[in-house]
Design a protein around this ligand. Structure first.
Ligand code: ADP
Length: 320
């Protein structure tokens, strides 16, 4: 797989959830056999919104340990801030981007526009994300709908830079991500189970102990249909559909299950069984932080080597 590169960055904005495991970490682990994978923790992106330094450091450590526990040890794992080329190239791309196009970014419009205390870095975030991508010269960038506009901008910046200064960047294609399960919140199946609110009752964090998983699943919203075929996937029954998807994604089966109580017990068992080896491995790795640090240090070193020629070419082309 030397010619193909996979690249994925996770922002340390909270505790990783079952949604992140099934929708991101599992596909990332599978990708390891198809490509040379670079998986990063984008700690710089976590600075774009109000943060607390100690909490950030703890979140990064937990995430680093979980990535290893999830079996991503065949990849190059790194912290974005330990590869200075990301911030350096981001500046050159800020000098390539126009305020008009950053103004059009939906995520900025939704999250920060017009608020005086919005950090400038939230506004320039797409330039850093473009650097994250272009430094590794991936042929494809698989992203969900929420990041699509940012990858389109990345392409525009790469093309503009290449036209103005010379062919430095590989222009990546926007790809559809490898199908992973989309997990919704247990208390509200219209919202995805994300890490920004992993403390919530409807969100299963990867490090939740079995009794917490049991309690959260027990409180999951189902619906009022209690007929003989109540346990079925149906757009009109989003809570039940979500539980069935979680069950299947965690290797369980709904065969013979006719009541919501039985469904919840099966979901609990499947999720607990899915998380158990991960949590066991996490505990072992957490007891050996020097090992985790070493993996990420070696990863950053490889990233620095891989990205240095791209940054150097960009600097030379732009006239530095
Ligand atoms: P979060 O909402 O957890 O902060 P991000 O937007 O940072 O998530 O996404 C991190 C990765 O996890 C992405 O690959 C995203 O597709 C995946 N992901 C996040 N939430 C879910 C979910 N509920 N179901 C499936 N995948 C998810």
């Amino acid at each position: 797989h030397p010619d193909r590169r996979n690249l994925s960055l996770l922002t340390p904005s909270g505790h990783l959830t079952l949604g992140n495991l099934l929708g991101a970490l599992r596909p990332m682990a599978r990708g390891q056999h198809e490509a040379d994978c670079f998986y990063g923790i984008s700690d710089l992106h976590a600075l774009t919104t109000p943060h607390e330094p100690t909490r950030l450091r703890d979140t990064v450590r937990e995430m680093a340990t979980l990535l290893l526990a999830a079996g991503l040890d065949e990849s190059t794992l790194f912290l974005q801030s330990r590869v200075p080329a990301h911030a350096q190239l981001a500046y050159l791309l800020e000098c390539t981007a126009y305020t008009g196009e950053l103004n059009r970014m939906i995520q900025f419009k939704e999250k920060g526009r017009g608020v005086d205390s919005t950090r400038v870095s939230l506004y320039t975030y797409p330039a850093l994300m473009a650097a994250d991508i272009l430094l590794y010269r991936p042929q494809q960038v698989p992203v969900g709908a929420d990041q699509r506009q940012h990858v389109e901008l990345t392409r525009d910046l790469a093309i503009r830079f290449n036209n103005a200064y010379g062919p430095v960047f590989t222009v990546p294609e926007v790809a559809v991500p490898a199908a992973g399960a989309r997990v919704m919140r247990l208390d509200d199946a219209t919202r995805k189970m994300g890490k920004s609110d992993a403390s919530a009752a409807g969100v299963i964090a990867l490090l939740d102990p079995p009794d917490v998983v049991r309690r959260k699943v027990a409180r999951a919203v189902t619906d009022s249909d209690t007929g003989p075929d109540a346990v079925r996937s149906d757009p009109a029954k989003p809570g039940v559909t979500n539980l069935l998807e979680i069950l299947t994604a965690c290797g369980g089966s709904a065969e013979g299950i006719t009541t919501y109580g039985a469904l919840k017990r099966a979901v609990t068992d499947a999720v607990v069984a899915e998380l158990e080896p991960l949590q066991k491995r996490y505990a072992e790795l957490a007891a050996d932080p020097a090992h985790v640090d070493g993996v990420f240090r070696a990863g950053a070193e490889r990233c620095r080597a891989v990205t240095a020629p791209v940054l150097a070419a960009a600097e030379a082309a732009i006239g530095l």
